[in-house]
Design a protein around this ligand. Structure first.
Ligand SMILES: [Fe+2]
Ligand SMILES: [Fe+2]
Length: 249
């Protein structure tokens, strides 16, 4: 069995555990919410019926983004910042405003697979063991499974980004070790802005890096970790814009 298939075989066991937890939570929620769900005049039901389909899709994605932030709580709106920063880089690369808008919507879901990672690993205030790191890396495959089969461009792009945002330009990333532009451009952009945002904010296992050090790290990673073209675009924009203002750090 290839390592890739071994990783895929791991997913059902882990997801089954969490699916059980979610099922219990949902059942409890439905019990308490039953009156409004069955009442045809309930405000939420009426609002949903009157809302155009596109808005409903957009709202669903926005709410999934909130799920991501609850799961990665310490990152202070990390998911939303990633969407905005990815759009800024895409537009700086000349990929167009339509692509930028799509990326802004899809990129915040990059870590949705973390819903399948245990708190012991996700919130560990220290370095992960090799075994824990292997488990953590599965958030890419779990995220892809959560989003696969989407019918909108935004969900399809989100699936691709969830799967591939930890691939590296030099082929040493995960989960599939894609090389260069085998990784789709949306994921190559998110790879840069995700690392930049993570470096400039405190995490359970590290301090926030000064802005200049974080910029230097991204620039040094061109051609190894990151797509040189994405880093070139990164260098043309104000790094504070990527963070939603430098006073946020
Ligand atoms: Fe990730
Ligand atoms: Fe992230």
């Amino acid at each position: 069995m290839s390592p890739q298939n071994a990783l895929l075989r791991e997913i059902p066991r882990r997801r089954d555990h969490h699916t059980h937890g979610l099922r219990v939570t949902t059942a409890t929620h439905l019990t308490t919410a039953a009156p409004s769900v069955t009442d045809p005049k309930a405000p939420l039901e009426l609002a949903a019926a009157q809302r155009p389909g596109a808005d409903m899709h957009s709202e669903a994605i926005d709410r999934l983004t909130r799920v991501c932030e609850f799961r990665d709580d310490d990152t202070h709106h990390h998911s939303q910042r990633i969407g905005r920063a990815a759009r800024i880089i895409a537009e700086a690369m000349g990929l167009g405003t339509d692509f930028g808008a799509l990326l802004e919507q899809a990129a915040p879901l990059h870590d949705i697979g973390k819903v399948g990672i245990s708190d012991t690993i996700l919130l560990k205030p220290g370095r992960l063991t090799p075994e824990e790191r292997a488990d953590m890396e599965q958030h890419t495959l779990i995220g892809q499974k959560i989003l696969e089969g989407g019918t909108t461009e935004a969900v399809q792009m989100a699936e691709m980004i969830a799967l591939s945002h930890h691939e590296r330009w030099d082929g040493n990333g995960y989960p599939h070790g894609l090389f260069g532009d085998e990784t789709p451009i949306g994921a190559r952009i998110v790879a840069v802005v995700d690392v930049f945002d993570a470096l400039t904010h405190e995490r359970p296992y590290k301090r926030a890096w000064p802005l200049t050090e974080a910029v230097a790290h991204i620039v040094a990673g061109a051609g190894t970790h990151f797509d040189p073209a994405v880093v070139a675009a990164f260098r043309t924009v104000d790094p504070c814009d990527l963070l939603g203002g430098c006073d946020e750090r």
